[in-house]
Design a protein around this ligand. Structure first.
Ligand code: PMP
Length: 449
């Protein structure tokens, strides 16, 4: 009855503004890669609550672990010692290489990034932090400053701007940040190769050095970068881009932070952590989303050296390391091993990229298909031959809505909202992938007619 009433009003204004679909989708239930709405319509979920439901909605093993813990202990804070916390941090630490072994638990990605910023500043004694154009690192006042995409900022967030493609933006204060006039789509426009992002590495390194020489302060606290940009539209960097950036950052006394909120936990398929695909070793790794399959949780992992400058007793987080969250996260790691989640991400990602590339060749309005594992972006353009302007929001919406009406939920991203994002629970099958490819092809066909 309550749902009927909400539906009658279209959307309860007290909850939040629903902007994603023209008409809100009222989800009622989930199982693995499937969601059902209140009318019993089934959707293939290819967005996973923004790359968050890692092993599947209400995965039976994870649900059982949660239920068991709920009957034992809900909460104490980490003032006390309790086994779900200890078991979990041991398991999580085992997934990370030396020297990344000191773990702090939080409740979200923004909290994790806030904490990482604090650590970097305390450790280096410096203040400025640089991020990449198109990046999203959170919605808290501090992390909003790291987030370059102006769509997620409030007007008070101002900072230094920068024109160069793929170059870092300078973060100048808690409310500062990157105000970008340009975006990674430039990279695609300038490049003639089919994948769009293979511009000669020398050129990037040259640009990067120039930016560091001209607009980056001589001492910095940190560089934040995702191994593959998530909200920015599955943007991949040229080979060695992160490696070279890390070197330049360290020369200025900064620490390097890998934001693995989207790319962690096997999402990129070939590696458990996205940074492992770049031949780099971050000083701090932040994570959330997939960590607990949709239960609120986040973490910061760092070295003993950085943790020591952070100091004892500075960090307190009432819910961070909550027993139920830890039991769930622990079960997620076990389930990933048992279900071969990372392997599925690798195989299904490769299969989807192949299928989408074939579709790309058929349609003038697909500028690029990219990504790794189940972190995929399909960049839509007005016309791929001439100037590759982003496909306007109304057109994006039409294709998006049509895809939903045919039973598939996908995401949108990119600086201009021009990229469809595919990041499903990592339990999808080949049949699911085929179903999506057919639906997407049909939606494009319908749009072109
Ligand atoms: N970092 C990245 C890369 C993200 O994608 C997000 C969320 N989209 C965040 C941080 C913030 O995470 P949360 O929404 O859990 O605060």
């Amino acid at each position: 009855e309550h749902m009927m009433e909400i539906r009658r009003q279209n959307c309860n204004p007290m909850i939040m503004k629903v902007t994603y679909y023209k008409k809100p989708v009222f989800i009622h239930q989930g199982h693995m890669q499937w969601l059902w709405d209140v009318d019993g319509r089934r959707y293939l979920d290819l967005f996973a609550g923004v790359a968050t439901v890692s092993v599947g909605h209400c995965h039976p093993k994870v649900t059982a672990a949660a239920e068991k813990q709920l009957r034992k202990l809900w909460h104490t804070t980490n003032i006390y010692v309790y086994s779900p916390l200890h078991e979990y941090v041991d398991k999580l630490a085992a997934t990370l290489p030396e020297p990344l072994k000191v773990i702090y638990l939080t409740n979200s990605g923004s909290e994790a990034n806030d904490l990482a910023m604090l650590m970097a500043r305390l450790h280096t004694g410096n203040f400025d932090i640089i991020t990449l154009r198109g990046s999203y690192h959170g919605g808290s006042p501090q992390t909003m400053g790291l987030t370059s995409n102006s769509a997620y900022k409030y007007p008070i967030a101002i900072g230094l701007g920068c024109h160069n493609t793929m170059c870092p933006d300078v973060f100048a204060g808690p409310w500062g940040g990157s105000h970008c006039r340009d975006s990674p789509i430039q990279t695609i426009r300038n490049c003639s190769c089919p994948q769009g992002l293979c511009m000669a590495n020398d050129k990037y390194i040259g640009q990067l050095k120039e930016v560091f020489a001209t607009s980056v302060p001589s001492r910095i606290a940190a560089f934040f970068g995702e191994p593959i940009m998530g909200v920015g539209g599955a943007v991949q960097y040229p080979k060695n881009f992160l490696k070279d950036t890390y070197k330049l950052v360290r020369e200025r006394g900064g620490v390097c932070i890998a934001d693995e909120v989207q790319t962690g936990f096997g999402r990129t398929g070939s590696h458990f952590w996205g940074f492992q695909g770049h031949d780099i070793m971050p000083d701090i790794v932040t994570m959330a989303k997939g960590i607990a399959n949709g239960f609120p949780m986040g973490a910061v992992v760092t070295t003993h050296e950085i943790a020591a400058s952070f100091g004892r007793g500075v960090h307190f987080n009432t819910f961070g390391g909550n027993p139920v969250a830890c039991a769930i996260a622990s079960s997620v790691l076990d389930t990933m091993k048992e279900d071969g989640t990372q392997q599925i991400s690798h195989e299904m990602g490769t299969y989807l990229l192949m299928g989408l590339s074939k579709i790309r060749d058929k349609y003038e309005i697909i500028g690029d298909v990219r990504g790794k594992g189940l972190q995929i972006g399909v960049e839509m353009v007005k016309d791929k031959v001439s100037n590759r302007e982003p496909l306007p929001p109304a057109a994006m919406s039409e294709i998006f809505e049509d895809t939903k009406d045919m039973g598939v939920l996908i995401g949108k991203g990119g600086v201009y909202g021009q990229t469809f994002r595919i990041k499903p629970p990592m339990c999808i099958t080949k049949d699911d992938a085929d179903f999506f490819l057919a639906v997407f092809n049909q939606a494009l066909n319908n749009y072109m007619e």
